[in-house]
Design a protein around this ligand. Structure first.
Ligand SMILES: CC(C)(COP(=O)(O)OP(=O)(O)OC[C@H]1O[C@@H](n2cnc3c(N)ncnc32)[C@H](O)[C@@H]1OP(=O)(O)O)[C@@H](O)C(=O)NCCC(=O)NCCS
Length: 178
């Protein structure tokens, strides 16, 4: 069962149907999706569909500003069946993005830190993995601030939704190291 996680500035909670306009406002921006491997949304209806399908997956959270109550980003875990690379049964891949207007304030590090804690303390996972396209320094830094360490660079990773492949940096964090 998905929880609500509360941090100093954020609430991480399940996505709701009524979030579609806020999601679209952020996800239509080409500075958001392509860096995380998906295309900008083209309509509020598309955002609503993503909430009903992709964001209904377990451990997928809207990143909501406590100050305004509005969702401005997303953070979640991908389990072995949906991960972009092979991971063990008790492991997960992390994924996240936040709207451009809210970047550079430490918000995603705060959100990912809370999810890492949940993954290890409540879900009892043994390791987390993350992958960012080469050149996405902000994403790599978010993971490093949460304790992830660089492992290797891999080419041929699934890139944009258009089927192209990209080179990515793989990082990981074990529960023992955390
Ligand atoms: C990656 C992303 C989630 C970061 O969100 P954010 O809330 O700005 O992250 P934070 O503020 O918590 O941390 C960003 C860190 O990266 C650093 N940073 C920013 N741009 C950087 C760059 N080009 N190179 C290296 N570090 C960079 C910041 O200085 C900060 O580190 P610091 O706190 O030590 O100063 C956001 O940029 C985003 O949504 N990008 C598009 C989607 C995406 O890339 N998702 C990840 C897919 S793997």
């Amino acid at each position: 069962m998905i929880e609500t996680l509360t941090t100093r500035r954020l609430e991480l909670r399940p996505w709701r149907a009524e979030d579609a306009p806020d999601l679209y406002a952020v996800a239509r921006d080409p500075q958001v999706g392509p860096a995380a491997g998906w295309q900008p949304h083209r309509s509020v209806e598309e955002s609503a569909e993503v909430i009903r399908t992709v964001f209904a997956s377990p451990e997928t959270y809207a990143v909501v500003l406590r100050e305004s109550g509005r969702p401005v980003g997303c953070v979640g875990l991908l389990f072995p069946s949906s991960s972009h690379f092979r991971i063990g049964a008790t492991e997960a891949e992390v994924g996240y993005w936040i709207g451009t207007s809210w970047r550079g304030r430490g918000l995603m590090s705060e959100a990912l830190g809370a999810l890492v804690r949940r993954a290890f303390e409540e879900l009892e996972l043994t390791a987390l993995w993350g992958c960012c396209f080469v050149g996405n320094g902000a994403s790599r830094r978010v993971m490093e601030k949460c304790g992830f360490r660089y492992l290797r660079t891999e080419s041929g990773l699934q890139g944009l939704a258009d089927g192209s492949s990209q080179t990515g940096e793989i990082l990981s964090l074990t529960r023992d190291a955390w």
